[in-house]
Design a protein around this ligand. Structure first.
Ligand SMILES: CC(C)(COP(=O)(O)OP(=O)(O)OC[C@H]1O[C@@H](n2cnc3c(N)ncnc32)[C@H](O)[C@@H]1O)[C@@H](O)C(=O)NCCC(=O)NCCS
Ligand SMILES: Nc1ncnc2c1ncn2[C@@H]1O[C@H](COP(=O)(O)OP(=O)(O)OP(=O)(O)O)[C@@H](O)[C@H]1O
Length: 199
């Protein structure tokens, strides 16, 4: 039986960083953010629904979704966010589970589902263990603003659109503390995978 790990955290807490580390161990990772980008491409069902709901003004000249513009609409507004989630999430879920099944059929003994909204969307029944990548508020804001070159207000509206990291840490089976160096984070992951007998 393959072990299915649900990897989560909050915005800029370090999920992608830890996900790269799983790749380094040759453990396959299903990336919900990446899938959510694929399902909003022109021609996909969700794309049509997004244009109908949010209007042509959220499109770039080449008719693809202007992610900055759509983000600026949905992150500060819970109702709009729910509307977008209801369009995008069913398609994301379907593709995610298909990719996971394909990895298992290919012989993987462990598959990671990297899902930012694992707890908010109540998807924990799809995984055996939950791992939260944790940072404190100051580190999170600092890394988010540096990475995205964003202003405090924008960064905070993204952070506040999710459950707090404290709440996620409470819900998790395992918390990886990513406040220190990437090397320190890698050591924690290494220990965890040894305990779970995956490496
Ligand atoms: C709003 C969009 C266009 C903004 O795109 P952008 O490129 O600026 O951000 P990106 O997709 O890289 O997401 C960055 C982070 O924001 C957070 N986030 C994204 N969508 C949401 C959401 N609906 N609710 C709360 N947090 C979210 C996640 O932590 C994610 O890792 C995009 O995030 C989107 O289509 N979101 C809806 C799908 C979704 O819920 N994705 C996240 C998990 S599947
Ligand atoms: N331990 C660390 N030390 C220094 N910088 C780090 C560390 N971990 C992550 N970072 C940096 O912080 C930023 C956020 O990390 P990352 O992109 O992995 O977060 P994320 O949780 O995947 O974000 P998102 O939800 O927005 O996709 C990146 O620029 C990354 O390089």
């Amino acid at each position: 039986m393959a072990l299915i790990i649900g990897l989560t955290g909050s915005i800029a807490s370090g999920k992608s960083t830890v996900s790269t580390m799983f790749h380094d161990y040759n453990i396959p990772v299903v990336d919900a953010d990446k899938i959510s980008r694929d399902v909003v491409c022109p021609g996909e069902e969700a794309y049509q629904q997004i244009v109908e709901t949010f209007g042509e003004e959220i499109l770039l000249e080449d008719k693809t979704v202007d992610r900055k513009k759509l983000g600026a609409i949905i992150f500060p507004d819970k109702e709009k966010r729910t509307e977008l989630n209801e369009i995008v999430h069913p398609a994301v879920r379907k593709k995610m589970l298909k990719q996971k099944d394909d990895y298992i059929a290919g012989g993987a003994n462990c598959v990671v589902l990297d899902i930012p909204l694992l707890f908010e969307s109540k998807l924990t029944h799809f995984v055996d263990k939950t791992v939260v990548v944790y940072v404190n508020k100051e580190t999170q804001l600092d890394r988010l603003m540096k990475r995205d070159n964003s202003l405090v207000a924008d960064a905070n509206s993204r952070i506040n659109s999710q459950l707090s990291l404290e709440e996620k840490a409470e819900l998790a089976d395992v918390v990886i503390d990513n406040n220190g160096t990437k090397e320190k984070t890698r050591e924690q992951l290494d220990d965890l995978l040894q305990v779970w007998k995956i490496i």
